[in-house]
Write a protein that binds this ligand. Structure first.
Ligand SMILES: Cc1cc2nc3c(=O)[nH]c(=O)nc-3n(C[C@H](O)[C@H](O)[C@H](O)COP(=O)(O)OP(=O)(O)OC[C@H]3O[C@@H](n4cnc5c(N)ncnc54)[C@H](O)[C@@H]3O)c2cc1C
Length: 385
């Protein structure tokens, strides 16, 4: 198989800009002659379908759920990064690019990550224009908070429901096009196969999940925006229908599929509590802003955490990574949590947990302030745990 990433040539910073300048355009009156299939209605598919339709193409949109609004993007909590540098703390497109490459363990495709960083500010503007209610400062300016893997504050957020609010924005843009007749919308349809003609995807086969009917759809281009597949692992924070079916079927038709082992492990899950559990629940990563991660220094120390004095606590992230502390990238935080548990220092009934402690933050900022920042999250997780 010939591996072709389709990344344009030229210097890193100019690759995609140059591509946009060089690309062959389709005139407005010709766009309506083309049909585009978009499978998936999460933040990727919803935005793609709305944008293609806005440009004038005929779009067909498919998803498994009964509503586009229920794509798993709705579960994202903590926020979305952009290099606007509102807090004036030294951020730039280059820094966002660098942090993202590092956060991906240096394995992501550099040109594409650079493009993401370049357009990050416009993505925030687009979301605001769609009505996404990002948190704001008292003055009315958009607020930022810190997140793992960065030494600047560049995360735009809507309390602990950023994904839900972003998805509602994308959904509204998409449904506007559905009502204008530019998108034909097919919820409760599972893609079973990709139709490939002369090496190009030119259609899909679907099953109507209500009637069981099989259908074939043809198009000039097919976009698969079918999300993650964490459920190949037994315990995952992904919804059960993030199930890799579409990507796997495309792979069987010849699409390249690489590095399935590179799945992100959330370091702030509610710990496993029993044998009958089939899912994990994420606690927002924003909690690592003020929560301190630690385990007892002594193996098998089963005292209540409040009874373990400061000098007997091992704040392993702060000690090992002093410049990032508890805000190390996720892979680093997860790997270190696993290592301390493997060393027998894990806490709780299973020994597979570490503490995320707000005692010092409450002492420093007051209970009210911490409650206003994280109160809704604490309440949510208390009910789940
Ligand atoms: C708990 C959690 C919290 C997160 N928090 C953050 C965060 O704070 N910030 C951040 O940047 N990222 C976060 N992420 C990651 C981020 O949410 C996802 O990477 C992103 O939402 C994926 O969007 P998507 O559009 O690619 O996929 P999804 O939203 O999963 O959408 C996939 C779509 O494909 C459809 N589909 C799949 N298979 C088929 C098929 N065979 N036939 C038809 N349709 C199909 C589904 O129905 C769905 O509509 C989080 C992820 C999780 C799980």
């Amino acid at each position: 198989m010939k591996l072709d990433s389709k990344v344009p040539g030229g210097p890193l910073e100019e690759k995609w800009d140059k591509h946009i300048k060089d690309i062959k355009l389709v005139a407005p009156n010709n766009k309506r002659k083309y049909e585009v299939i978009v499978v998936g209605t999460g933040l990727a598919g919803g935005a793609a379908a709305a944008s293609f339709a806005e440009l004038g193409y005929n779009v067909r949109s498919f998803c498994i759920q009964d509503s586009a609004r229920r794509a798993h993007s709705i579960a994202a909590q903590g926020g979305i990064n952009a290099a606007k540098n509102y807090p004036n703390d030294g951020d730039s497109i280059w820094r966002l690019f660098y942090d993202t490459i590092k956060g991906g363990d240096y394995r992501s495709r550099e040109a594409n990550v650079y493009r993401l960083s370049q357009v990050s500010n416009e993505i925030i503007d687009q979301a605001v224009a769609q009505g996404v209610p990002f948190a704001r400062e008292y003055s009315g300016l958009l607020a930022n908070r810190s997140f793992g893997g960065a030494q600047v504050s560049r995360t735009f957020y809507a309390r602990g429901q950023t994904g839900q609010q972003l998805l509602l924005g994308a959904y509204q843009a998409m449904m506007r096009q559905v009502h204008n007749g530019n998108i034909k919308y097919h919820p409760r349809h599972e893609m079973l196969d990709v139709v490939v003609i002369d090496g190009e995807a030119r259609g899909i086969i679907t099953r109507d999940l209500v009637s069981g009917e099989l259908n074939r759809w043809e198009a000039d281009a097919v976009v698969l925006a079918t999300g993650g597949y964490g459920n190949v692992f037994y315990l995952s924070t992904n919804a059960k229908n993030s199930n890799v079916t579409a990507a796997w079927r495309a792979h069987k038709r010849g699409a390249a599929f690489a590095n399935p082992c590179y799945v992100q492990v959330h370091p702030t899950c509610i710990p496993v509590s029993g044998d009958y559990q089939s899912k994990l629940t994420l606690m927002s990563e924003s909690l690592r802003n003020d929560g301190r991660v630690w385990v007892p220094k002594k193996k098998g120390d089963d005292r209540h955490p409040n009874d373990i004095p400061e000098e007997e606590r091992y704040y392993y992230l702060e000690e090992r990574y002093p410049s990032f502390g508890n805000l190390v990238p996720r892979d680093v935080a997860s790997r270190n949590a696993k290592n301390v548990c493997d060393d027998g220092l894990g806490v709780g009934e299973t020994g597979l947990a570490v503490y995320l402690d707000f005692r010092d933050a409450i002492k420093r900022d007051g209970k009210e302030s911490i409650e206003s920042r994280y109160g809704n999250l604490f309440e949510l997780y208390e009910n789940i745990a």
